[in-house]
Structure formats: structure tokens, C-alpha cells
Design a protein around this ligand. Structure first.
Ligand SMILES: C[S@@+](CC[C@H](N)C(=O)[O-])C[C@H]1O[C@@H](n2cnc3c(N)ncnc32)[C@H](O)[C@@H]1O
Length: 189
């Protein structure tokens, strides 16, 4: 398991491929936010961050949740544009349609019918990114973010005990937060 994990909660992201690649902001349930985070988390200027993993929690209709895990070490066929990352998820959902267990839908991408609570059990030292956070980022290995919405009250119950860290009072795009966290961790290597 890697020591740099980003978990993004996709509150409306669809769990079947009932959307078109031209409509990832609308019909797919703001999948654009999630794929932008994948690009920010896994891409450097000329290559991939092999020590980073991304976990997208799809909590939208019709059968939530599905978690999509991108392994920076194992990923193949990932490009820096949003559309092709969305295509990897779309093709994965088509393959995964009638599955329940863990399935590798493409090299380095797995899908599983698990949600936030089960994902957190797998990952080291989690923290929640929140504008109001007052805790320290020190020793954190797993960074949890909302999509265009903050975590729901139900999700906050699951996240109650974990530290909350802030990147300032301004509410930023989730993908911008990912870049700032990488910058912080890279500077303190
Ligand atoms: C676009 S924001 C969510 C919506 C926003 N909080 C609002 O209601 O306007 C996406 C996510 O990025 C993270 N985030 C945004 N700004 C942040 C900040 N200044 N510090 C820490 N996390 C932040 C949080 O996890 C948040 O749920």
C-alpha cells in the first residue's frame, strides 16, 4: 500500500455507464471533478507519480457505492486529459456491471462495491480536507476530499474521529487541493 492516497467522495457520480463522454459534468454526476483529481494526483509534467494512489467513491445512481482505485504504480493507458480518464471509468463500469467483488477493469484500475467506511479501513493515517480544519497534516498518508459538495452528515459521522486539515479559508477546487498537498509533501520529503 502506498503512503500517498487521495480519496474523493463523488456524491452523485453514476455507478453505471448511462452517460456519454460529452456529458461528464451533467449526465455522469459531476464525474469531471473526479477525473480532474485523478490528473492532479497522478500526473507530473512528464510522467506519472508512481508512489500515489487515488480512490474515487461513486455514490450516485443506480447502485451505490462503487470505489474505483487507481494505482500509480500499476496504471497503464492513463493520459492527462479528462475525457480519456472518464473513458477508462466508463469502460470499467461496463465491464463491472454485474460484478460484486474486486475486479481489475484495466491495468492498474480496480472496481469494488465498497464505500467510504470500507475504503478507510484499508488506508493509513487518514485526514479530512476541510476549510474549517485546525489539525496538523504531519504523518498523514491518506487525504479525503469532497467533490463539488462537502461530505454529508452521514459521511461526517464516519469521519468524526479523524483529523481535519485546512488549506486556508477560501473554498478551493478539489483538484487544486490535491496539487497543494503534493506541493507540501514534495517540499518536506
Ligand atoms: C469545492 S469544495 C466543496 C464545496 C465547498 N466546501 C462549498 O460548499 O462551497 C471541494 C472539497 O475540497 C476540499 N477543500 C476545498 N477548499 C479547501 C480548503 N481551503 N481547505 C481544505 N480543504 C478544502 C474539501 O474537502 C471540499 O469538500
Amino acid at each position: 500500500m502506498t503512503n500517498r492516497n487521495f480519496v474523493i467522495i463523488g456524491h452523485r457520480a453514476h455507478t453505471v455507464a448511462d452517460w456519454k463522454l460529452d456529458d461528464i459534468c451533467g449526465g455522469a454526476g459531476r464525474l469531471d471533478v473526479l477525473v480532474r483529481c485523478v490528473t492532479a494526483a497522478l500526473w507530473k509534467s512528464h510522467g506519472l507519480r508512481t508512489e500515489t494512489d487515488v480512490w474515487l467513491i461513486l455514490n450516485g445512481p443506480p447502485r451505490a457505492p462503487i470505489t474505483v482505485h487507481f494505482s500509480g504504480e500499476k496504471i497503464r493507458y492513463l493520459n492527462p486529459d479528462e475525457r480519456s480518464t472518464a473513458a477508462l471509468i466508463r469502460n470499467g463500469l461496463i465491464k463491472y456491471k454485474n460484478e460484486n467483488g474486486l475486479v481489475e477493469t484495466s491495468p492498474g484500475i480496480t472496481m469494488e462495491r465498497i464505500g467510504l467506511e470500507q475504503v478507510l479501513r484499508k488506508l493509513p493515517n487518514p485526514v479530512l480536507l476541510s476549510e474549517d480544519g485546525t489539525d496538523s497534516m504531519e504523518n498523514a498518508n491518506t487525504f479525503i476530499l469532497g467533490d463539488d459538495k462537502d461530505p454529508t452528515d452521514e459521511e461526517m459521522q464516519i469521519l468524526e474521529e479523524i483529523p481535519k486539515i485546512s488549506l486556508g479559508k477560501e473554498s478551493l477546487l478539489s483538484s487544486a487541493c490535491v496539487t497543494l498537498i503534493h506541493h507540501h509533501l514534495d517540499s518536506h520529503k
